[in-house]
Design a binder for this molecule. Structure first.
Ligand SMILES: NC(=O)c1ccc[n+]([C@@H]2O[C@H](COP(=O)([O-])OP(=O)(O)OC[C@H]3O[C@@H](n4cnc5c(N)ncnc54)[C@H](O)[C@@H]3O)[C@@H](O)[C@H]2O)c1
Length: 438
């Protein structure tokens, strides 16, 4: 494999060449991921063999996960783990519990993790896992059994030096503690570095719970700063009020922005004077949803995406900004907290309308950055202070933003294409230096 460091073209193809195999469903996360990779490959001038190598997951596993339910019935779930690339280090990526999880979604998420780790220059490849389950329908004891069975089924693939999990949609630090315990008991000793995003009491890192959100705010501040706009006083709308969206909204508000709208899967809220974050977080902790909060008016998710705000943060699920919804966006910046919230068509519409998109692979990389810090701390069994972690995170995020933005300006690329080019190029460079075995 040869490396091409010069950019051959800034014109991106309309119909990207995909890797071998059946084409993913149009508009699906995998179709979006393939299209983004094809754009980066076109800019880098790689040949079709290199393209296919970068597009194709290195290893995949599909497991059956049987569950003995609390009522004595048996249920069966499908679980997946995909290692997209491991050329720069162990696979790294979250574990998702959601009803719609399938192998193609996990492939897309694993591919994005590869580029993300390259963009923030972590010594990791990209991986992802998931189980097709709606966690809200099961008791804590049932979720523990599902997690432990899934972990034991994929044991040959994971490990602190091979593939390291973290929380994603529908999973949390308790899930990571169960994974870590199951893995450790089977190995015969405690191995905290097999997962990140675990509780502090079993080797978690300070700052991990809010890291993705803090990173989103750092890159937003950097993007606005380039336009001479301070964060203090801008208006923000956040779709998704889970681990990423709720902390992002709270951090935006703490830094002086006015968070005028938030939503979750049940509905949304709007208050143009700014939502009271302390009271809203307490309401969500008590009821499980933003809906019914008395300090705001109700709003639908579609209305939230079309609000006249400075910054829109989609932090829920994939594909919410397609050609139709993107056309209604009035925000000047879209900062992608979720993975893959904008389809390829949606991206074209936003670009045409002059909206600056800070892409997921850069904007939400704060989580994997502090996961890396957690892994380093666990490997050294030496833990850092909260301030040390916050400072190192801010430095990584702002310097990654600076690299992406400088390339975008130099080569007349969107921030997404520039980020992808950096992530893809670092991965391809590792391939080239290591060579092909045998
Ligand atoms: N947790 C992390 O550290 C992390 C890191 C990087 C990226 N991400 C990505 O961020 C996104 C959110 O992850 P999370 O960890 O916050 O998940 P979560 O499960 O904690 O929260 C998801 C939120 O989205 C809402 N939601 C679900 N479907 C929705 C819909 N159709 N419309 C509106 N809201 C909807 C849920 O109600 C919930 O509020 C995902 O795309 C995930 O891959 C998460």
């Amino acid at each position: 494999m040869t490396t091409t460091t010069s950019m051959t073209s800034t014109a991106l193809p309309d119909t990207p060449a995909g890797p071998a195999g059946p084409a993913p469903r149009a508009g699906s996360p995998l179709a979006t991921a393939h299209s983004q990779l094809a754009s980066a490959v076109a800019v880098l001038g790689y040949d079709e063999g290199q393209h296919q190598m970068l597009a194709t997951p290195r290893r995949e596993i599909h497991v059956a996960v049987p569950l003995g339910r609390d009522d004595g019935e048996t249920a069966l779930f499908h679980g997946f783990r995909v290692q997209h690339n491991i050329s720069r280090g162990p696979g790294k990526g979250g574990l998702r519990y959601a009803p719609g999880v399938d192998i193609d979604e996990v492939r897309a998420l694993a591919m994005w993790m590869t580029w993300k780790c390259g963009i923030v220059d972590l010594p990791y490849g990209g991986a992802k896992g998931g189980i097709a389950i709606d966690p809200r329908d099961y008791s804590t004891a049932e979720l523990e059994r599902v997690t432990r069975r899934y972990t034991s089924e994929i044991m040959p693939m994971i490990g602190p030096d091979t593939d390291v999990m973290a929380p994603d949609m529908g999973t949390d630090e308790q899930t990571m503690a169960w994974v870590m315990d199951t893995y450790s008991v089977n190995r015969g000793y405690t191995i905290p570095a097999v997962v990140t995003g675990k509780p502090l009491a079993v080797g978690g890192s300070r700052g991990r719970g809010t890291a993705t959100s803090a990173g989103i705010v750092h890159v937003t501040a950097a993007a606005l700063g380039e336009a001479g706009v301070p964060l203090d006083g801008v208006t923000v709308a956040v779709q998704g009020f889970g681990k990423v969206g709720s902390h992002a909204a709270a951090i935006f508000a703490a830094r002086g922005a006015t968070v005028v709208a938030v939503s979750d899967q049940y509905g949304g809220l709007r208050n143009d004077a700014g939502l009271d974050m302390g009271r809203l977080l307490a309401h969500v902790a008590a009821t499980g949803s933003v809906v019914g909060f008395d300090g705001a008016d109700p709003l639908s998710n579609d209305e939230l995406l079309a609000l006249d705000v400075d910054v829109l943060v989609p932090a829920a699920v994939e594909g919410v900004l397609d050609d139709v919804t993107a056309a209604r966006v009035r925000a000047r910046w879209v900062v992608e907290g979720a993975n893959g919230p904008t389809t390829t068509e949606g991206d074209r519409v936003l670009a045409k309308n002059g909206v600056t998109v800070v892409p997921d692979v850069l904007a939400n990389a704060g989580g994997v950055v502090v996961s890396y810090f957690e892994w380093v701390q666990a490997n050294q069994t030496y833990w850092w202070s909260e301030q040390e972690i916050a400072d190192k995170l801010e430095h990584r995020m702002t310097s990654a933003y600076g690299d992406v933005s400088a390339l975008a300006r130099r080569e007349c690329l969107s921030l997404r294409d520039a980020a992808l080019v950096i992530g893809v190029q670092r991965t391809a460079e590792a391939h080239r230096i290591r060579g092909l075995y045998p």
